[in-house]
Design a protein around this ligand. Structure first.
Ligand code: PLP
Length: 452
C-alpha cells in the first residue's frame, strides 16, 4: 500500500472506528497499524513490514495464517447453505458433526455443546444455564459464581463480571449481583517464602474459605482459566488445580474451566484441564476452536448438567440467531481435522514446546527479566527493576510498552500486560522461528534496558 492510501485509511479509522481496549484519542493521534496479509507464522503490515507473530493474533491463530482449506470449507458451506438456525426443531449438518467431535475431544463426560458467537457469550450462557440447573433442582438460592480478581472471561455483562478486572468493573456498573472473587494464584508476586507447591495449596484454599463464608448452599460454581492469560500468563503451581477440584467436589460446587485460551493445544495438551490433571463439569471454548478464522464459541456441559437441563429444564429460553452457524461450525471442523491429521498438538508438545522452553529460559537470564514462565506454547517474561528480587517497577506498564515497541521495530509481535511480555505463538512454529524469537526478543530487551 502506498503512503497516501495508508494515510487515508488511518484518517477514516480515526474518525469512524472505535477500537476495543484502546485509548481512542491517543490512538487516533498516533495512527493505527493496518495489517494486510498473513502466511504461516508471519503477518505483514500496510508498510510492507514482515512480522513474526508470537501472539497468534490474540491467542487464537493456533494453526497459523493462510490455510486455504479453511477458506474452502467456508466457501463450500456458504454456497450450499449459508445459514439456517437450530431453533425450530432443525439444525445443520456441520453443527451436529462438530458437537460430536467436541464431545470426543474434550475430557471425560463433557458431551454436550451449546454454541455461541464468542467466548464472552459462552460464559453468559454458562452463568444462565448453571443457575437454571440448580434452580430446577429446587436450589434457586445456589446461584453465586466465584471467579478470581484479575481473571478474564470476556466483555459482556456476565463475562466481565465473572472476570476480575478492576478497570472493566468501573465501566458500566459491574459486577452484576451474586458474583464474588478470590485472589488469583501468582507465586511471583504473592508467594512469599513458600515454595510454589506449598503456595498452590494456599491459593486454592482461598476458594474453600470463600465458599464457607458465603455458605455452600449459595455457591453454584467456580470459574477459572487453567492459565490466566490476559492479566499476564499466571501459570499456577501444579498443586493448585487438583486442590480446587477437591474443594468443588466437597461442597458440590460446579467447576467451570474457561478454556478459551488453553483449549485446542495451547499447553501442548488439547485442553488446559488435561495439562493440570483435572476434570471440569463445564468448559468455555472459543478462539482456537476455529484458529480465529471465523467467530465461534461454545459451552460444553457434562452428562450431569446437560441431563438435568434436558430432562428437568423445560424449554431452554436462551440462544443466539447464530448459535451453531453452519459456516462457523464447518470451519471449526476443518480446523480440528487439520490439527489432528497433521499431529500439530502432539508435535507442539513433544518437539517445539521443549525447545521453546529452553530458549525462553535463556531469555530469562537477561538482566531485565525477573521470571521466565512457560507451559507448552504459552508464557511470559516478567520485566523487573532488580534482577533476583520478586518485585515490580514502581510505575507499572511503562517498561513493558517500551519493550513491546522495541520488539515490533525488530519485526516481532509480543504483547505487554503491565511489564509482562506475553508469548502465545501459532502451534505450527518450527525451531527456526523459536530461534528468530530469541534473537529479536533479546535485542528488544537489550534496547529496553539501555533506554532505562
Ligand atoms: C478471549 C477470552 C474470552 C472472551 O472471548 P471473546 O471471544 O473475546 O468474547 C473469555 N475467556 C478467556 C479466558 C479469554 O481469553
Amino acid at each position: 500500500m502506498d503512503k497516501t492510501d495508508i494515510a487515508r485509511l488511518q484518517q477514516l479509522d480515526a474518525e469512524h472506528h472505535l477500537h476495543p481496549f484502546n485509548d481512542n484519542a491517543a490512538l487516533a493521534k498516533k495512527g493505527t497499524r493496518i495489517l494486510t496479509k498473513g502466511e504461516g507464522a508471519y503477518v505483514w503490515d500496510a508498510d510492507g513490514n514482515k512480522l513474526l507473530d508470537a501472539f497468534a493474533g490474540l491467542w487464537c491463530v493456533n494453526l497459523g495464517y493462510g490455510r486455504s482449506e479453511l477458506g474452502e470449507a467456508a466457501s463450500k458451506q456458504m454456497t450450499q447453505l449459508a445459514y439456517y438456525n437450530s431453533f425450530f426443531q432443525c439444525t445443520v449438518e456441520p453443527t451436529i458433526e462438530l458437537s460430536a467431535k467436541l464431545a470426543e475431544l474434550t475430557p471425560a463426560d463433557l458431551n454436550h455443546a451449546f454454541f455461541t458467537n464468542s467466548g464472552s457469550e459462552a460464559n453468559d450462557t454458562i452463568l444462565r444455564l448453571v443457575r437454571h440447573f440448580w434452580a430446577v433442582q429446587d436450589k434457586p438460592q445456589k446461584n453465586i459464581f466465584i471467579g478470581r480478581h484479575n481473571g478474564y472471561h470476556g466483555t459482556t455483562m456476565a463475562g466481565a463480571s465473572l472476570g476480575g478486572m478492576a478497570g472493566m468493573h468501573k465501566q458500566g456498573g459491574l459486577p452484576i449481583p451474586d458474583i464474588h472473587h478470590i485472589d488469583p494464584p501468582f507465586w511471583f508476586a504473592d508467594g512469599g517464602d513458600l515454595s510454589p507447591e506449598e503456595y498452590g495449596l494456599v491459593a486454592a484454599r482461598r476458594l474453600e474459605q470463600k465458599i464457607l463464608e458465603l455458605g455452600p448452599d449459595r455457591v453454584a460454581a467456580f470459574i477459572g482459566e487453567p492459565i490466566m492469560g490476559a492479566i499476564g500468563v499466571y501459570i499456577p503451581p501444579m498443586t493448585y488445580w487438583p486442590e480446587i477440584e477437591r474443594i468443588c467436589r466437597r461442597y458440590d460446587v460446579l467447576l467451570v474451566a474457561d478454556e478459551v485460551i488453553c483449549g485446542f493445544g495451547r499447553t501442548g495438551e488439547w485442553f488446559g484441564s488435561q495439562y493440570f490433571g483435572i476434570t471440569p463439569d463445564v468448559m468455555t471454548l472459543a478462539k482456537g476452536i476455529t484458529s480465529g478464522y471465523i467467530p465461534l464459541g461454545a459451552a460444553m456441559f457434562n452428562d450431569r448438567v446437560a441431563g438435568v437441563l434436558k430432562h428437568q429444564g423445560g424449554e431452554l429460553a436462551h440462544g443466539c440467531t447464530y448459535s451453531g452457524h453452519p459456516v462457523c461450525t464447518a470451519v471449526a471442523l476443518e480446523n480440528i481435522r487439520i490439527l489432528q491429521q497433521e499431529g500439530i498438538v502432539d508435535r507442539a508438545r513433544t518437539e517445539i514446546a521443549p525447545y521453546l522452553a529452553e530458549r525462553w529460559a535463556e531469555l530469562g537470564e537477561h538482566r531485565l527479566v525477573g521470571e521466565a514462565r512457560i507451559a507448552g506454547m504459552v508464557g511470559a517474561l516478567e520485566l523487573v527493576p532488580h534482577k533476583g528480587r520478586r518485585a515490580f517497577f514502581e510505575e507499572r506498564g511503562k517498561v513493558g510498552v517500551l519493550c513491546r515497541d522495541n520488539a515490533l521495530r525488530n519485526g516481532l509481535i509480543l504483547r505487554a500486560t503491565y511489564d509482562s511480555m506475553l508469548l502465545s505463538p501459532p502451534l505450527i512454529w518450527t525451531r527456526a522461528q523459536v530461534d528468530e524469537l530469541f534473537e529479536k526478543a533479546w535485542k528488544a530487551l537489550d534496547e529496553t534496558a539501555a533506554a532505562l
